[in-house]
Design a protein around this ligand. Structure first.
Ligand code: G6P
Length: 615
């Protein structure tokens, strides 16, 4: 959940590291630090500057204690062990060895006790510092840094992405990966390490994606990778990412979240590009192994947070279109049960980052039962994507880098991918005519235009936000595929504005939440025409009768809804199965503007992290 950057080359490392960390701040942001090497006569010395709080504080600290040199490492932290103070901020240093680490060392307490017994003194409460001491100890017997790091890793249980800087070996950086993401960016006379692509996208689009168990040595001109399990040198391919550096910029928007909300039409266009081919007659899903879908009798969708909500929407869609039994599970729940899945259960893991620890662990659990596993991911070559690529395949969402912690464009692109997959399954199972399939594909292709229409209503949504900005609670209601949209709307508001919000299936209102309704508990309701519309209208009358304020999301010409609503956010006319995708946009804008009015940190809300790589 933390962010790591490493650089070695000819340029001043401090600027590159700081900028990289700024692009990674969404991964975690309670303290940060840099370490660089400088030459002092024949010797090299390490300069470390660290600060609690956000990166601006580190930037301030660097004014009085800059980090000179052209080799260095940086870290932005999301505390797991030890308070978010300067002492616990990374990098950690001992005996010329400096480390940054992302992950959790599960046996750090035992290791620390052993190290303390042999006289080692710790200066932080972190699990990470154990690494620095282990490497320093290993170097006593094994002067080669790479081998010393390898020896240290052999003692450690847990997840890590680790980068090591050594004063006595100043021309290189050593890095290692196990269950936490790490990529190596390749430059000309310079090389980079990062926990996520956007950190160094300004400098390179060519990457080595490290695999679990990899140990790598980088100089400014050369990268060598070893597999620590087989003790062999590896030739990992160089992959060029399609993301461009501007995609990771705010591009004139005040917040990444705002930019990402407004990028959604473009993101969907990219998701659909090359996949909607009317000559082929069904969506073309290039990296999905269709033969693996043929013999299934059940689908299990797994995810966390927003990705779980897109799975919930897909349940309605798969069942309706493909007539296949579908379940949806929170990855963190699934993995600790004794799940009943087999080779006929298609597992679909949904994850923007492709790194969420619970989703990856749940997948691995399901794979052990012989289930084919398919991923819907945004980040190329991420752990979940790689795991599934060798099984039932990967469907990349192509949303581009999502930096705002609250997921927006990843969600809608996931929904479109799931919709295309549902169509392919429906076709495979003989549940859809060629004509209907074509019509569904046309509907998908229209989404970007419909989204553009909705985004034009931002001012109206902003005015609604002004009226409700001081509320302490909000209830979100929806039926059918709009129920998960209600959950997603409530999640957006909670995440970025810290307003307590709950999503409920509209039909459940009478079983509890109705007791909460009064003029201080506004109700946001998805009420588009189609199945369930009349029932939702009855729910609204019940809310109104109790003095509740209604903010509805409905079709633009729906007067009946307008009459019962206190405020209304409108959608253009669109087919029923497209409306859930569209109806999340006003909810994102509402959450965004309420948060902005309340003055919260929208892109980096307190306590949250963009990818949750610890359990
Ligand atoms: C975190 C993020 C959410 C995201 C969830 C799942 O909680 O803040 O925005 O939905 O993780 O992440 P994933 O990358 O697996 O979709």
């Amino acid at each position: 959940m933390c962010g790591i950057v490493g650089y070695l080359g000819q340029q001043p490392a401090q600027d590159i590291l700081l900028e990289g960390l700024r692009r990674l701040e969404y991964r975690g942001y309670d303290s940060a630090g840099l370490a660089t090497l400088t030459r002092d006569n024949a010797q090299h010395t390490t300069t470390i500057t660290r600060a609690p709080g956000k990166l601006n504080q580190l930037q301030e600290a660097l004014k009085s204690k800059p980090c000179p040199g052209s080799t260095g490492i940086g870290h932005t932290r999301w505390a797991t062990h030890g308070k978010p103070n300067e002492q616990n901020a990374h990098p950690h240093h001992t005996d010329g060895i400096t480390v940054v680490h992302n992950g959790i060392i599960e046996n750090h307490q035992e290791l620390k006790t052993v190290l303390q017994k042999i006289g080692r003194t710790f200066s932080s409460e972190t699990d990470t510092e154990v690494f620095a001491h282990l490497i320093a100890e290993a170097k006593k017997n094994e002067p080669d840094l790479l081998l010393a790091v390898k020896a240290a890793l052999e003692k450690v249980d847990g997840a890590y992405a680790l980068v090591v800087l050594d004063e006595s070996d100043p021309e290189r950086l050593i890095c290692a990966k196990n269950a936490s993401p790490l990529v190596i960016g390749l430059g000309d006379g310079e090389n980079f390490i990062a926990s996520d692509i956007p950190a160094v996208l300004k400098y390179t689009r060519d990457f080595h994606f490290l695999e679990d168990g990899d140990l790598a040595s980088l100089t400014a001109d050369k990268v060598t990778i070893w597999d620590t399990k087989t003790h062999t040198e590896q030739q990992r391919p160089v992959k060029t990412v399609e993301w461009s550096p501007v995609m990771a910029e705010k591009d004139g928007h005040e917040h990444f979240m705002h930019k990402e909300i407004f990028e959604q039409p473009r993101a969907i266009t990219d998701t659909l590009r090359g996949r909607i081919d009317f000559d082929v007659g069904e969506p073309v899903l290039e990296q999905v192994h269709l033969d693996k879908l043929q013999n299934i009798d059940r689908i299990l969708l797994l995810g966390c947070g927003t990705s779980y909500h897109s799975g919930m929407v897909a349940k309605y869609l798969f069942e309706q279109l493909a007539r296949v039994h579908v379940e949806v599970d929170l990855a963190s729940e699934f993995r600790y049960r004794n799940p009943v899945v087999d080779e006929k259960t298609l597992i679909i893991a949904i994850s923007q980052s492709g790194e969420t620890a619970d989703t990856l662990a749940a997948l691995k659990e399901a794979a052990q039962h012989g289930s084919p596993c398919l991923a819907i991911c945004n980040v190329m070559d991420s752990a979940i994507a790689r795991f599934c690529d060798a099984r039932a395949g990967v469907l990349y969402t192509r949303a581009g880098p999502e930096i705002g912690v609250a997921s927006t464009k990843a969600f809608v692109t996931q929904l479109v991918c799931l919709h295309m997959l549902a169509l392919v399954l429906a076709n495979q199972r003989g549940q859809i005519s060629a004509e209907n399939l074509k019509a569904e594909m046309v509907d998908l292709a229209r989404i970007p235009r419909e989204m553009e229409e909705i985004l034009k209503s931002e001012n109206a949504v902003q005015e609604i936000a002004e009226r409700y900005q001081h509320m302490d609670h909000m209830l979100y209601l929806g039926r059918g595929p709009f129920f998960p949209i209600a959950l997603e709307g409530a999640l957006k508001l909670k995440e970025i504005s810290y307003v307590h919000a709950e999503g409920y299936a509209a039909g459940e209102m009478k079983h509890g939440p109705i007791a909460l309704i009064d003029e201080n508990m506004p109700v946001v309701v998805m009420a588009t025409q189609g199945p369930g519309y009349d029932k939702v209208m009855s729910n609204l009358e019940e809310v109104k009768a109790r003095g509740g304020k209604i903010i509805s999301v409905g079709l633009e010409d729906d007067e009946r809804l307008a009459n019962v609503s206190t405020d209304m956010m409108t959608l253009p006319q669109a087919p029923f199965w497209i409306l859930p995708i569209l109806s999340v946009l006003p909810l994102q804008m509402l959450a965004y503007h309420i948060a902005k009015l309340r003055g919260t940190d929208i892109d980096q809300p307190r306590n949250l992290a963009k990818s949750v790589t610890v359990e």
